[in-house]
Design a protein around this ligand. Sequence first.
Ligand code: BV8
Ligand code: ZN
Length: 259
Amino acid sequence: MVDDALIARAASALASARLLAVSSGAGVSKESGIPTFREAHTGLWAQYDPEQLATPTAFRRDPHLVWAWYMHRRRLIEGAEPNPAHVAIARLQAERPNVMLITQNVDGLHGIAGSRDVIELHGNLRRYRCADSCQGDPTPVDLDGLDYDDETVPHCPHCGGLVRPDVVWYGEPLPAVVLGAAFDLAECCDAMLVVGTSGVVQPAASLPWVARDHRAAIVEVNVKPSGVTPVADYFLKGPAGEVLPRLVEAILSPSLSSE
Ligand code: BV8
Ligand code: ZN
């Protein structure tokens, strides 16, 4: 359990920020019952390496296999609810206009919890698009009314090409607008709260380092050290669902709000 004094010190660093960035990873959704990226293959999927499934090459080679994996992952998120970590971040954003949120997560739970202007670095598993971007990049596709099932990939209603999940695969560039917004935020923020990420996947993993290079205070919440920990001024060891509500309460407390 993180002690109150450390929570208070971290909250003070975050509360005084003119611009506060929050950057979240799969650990924030763990307490919603969504396995982290590398845990998402259990049973049938245990034999596959995620970085071999979440790639354009894999989709070209065997679109039905990759589609089946995403249908499996979509079911994992469909029953999920935002947990107290998502709610705490949404509360912080509601009370402070100077709080911006970047997420690596593709489950859409921050938006469902009420967060605004979420910068979704890796897309969103609840959205689909034409694999050939036939009407422009992206060409959104609504699955309703299309012929598909767990093993059959739907076809684009415009061009007949394959439909794919609107996520960023390994080896694919992040959308330029999203990438630009995230790095602008990392360069301009006075503090960054980094929650539930292993700090491995690039370019997302560089964001805390860029923020630190621009003299931002870095607070990390994780159950264990990560690739971010070396640049963290404060490391709050614990589950996001337990630590974030306490941290946000402290940030919003009158003693800090008057600063
Ligand atoms: C690109 C969408 C260039 C898909 C995802 C060698 C060296 C360096 C980089 C590379 C390299 N080889 C290749 C690369 C680049 C590659 C990369 O970074 N690879 C890694 C593996 C080394 N990156 C890319 O390919 C990116 N694109 O670089 O393009 C380019 C430019 C121009 C032209 C062409 C190409 C694209 C990367 C995006 C990949 N897509 N998601 C999908 O989801 O299916 S990323 C995927 O992994 C997830 O979405 C998630 O974002 C990410 C996993 O990261 P985390 O969120 O950190 O999750 P993780 O499970 O790792 O960690 C969870 C953490 O939570 C842990 O620390 C744990 O302790 C903590 N935790 C657990 N429970 C809790 C908790 N914390 C708090 N509370 C809890 N309860
Ligand atoms: Zn199309």
